[in-house]
Design a protein around this ligand. Structure first.
Ligand code: ZN
Length: 61
């Protein structure tokens, strides 16, 4: 099963505005609205989060 991920804040709290005329996605965490979101499996998402945490750790060091 694929999950939708916000391209701005990496949140998975994405809602599809199917009832609206825009047909866009809405991120409940950061308020992003757009037709583009990331689509990936849970495994891919976990790897992305791990990778970003690794990057942050390197920047601090
Ligand atoms: Zn977001």
């Amino acid at each position: 099963m694929k999950i939708l991920v916000c391209p701005v804040c990496n949140s998975t709290e994405i809602e599809y505005d199917a009832g609206g005329y825009t047909g866009k996605y809405y991120c409940k965490r950061c308020g992003y609205v757009g037709s583009y979101v990331l689509e990936m499996t849970e495994g891919e998402y976990e790897e992305m989060i791990k990778g970003e945490e690794e990057l942050k750790r390197r920047k601090i060091d």
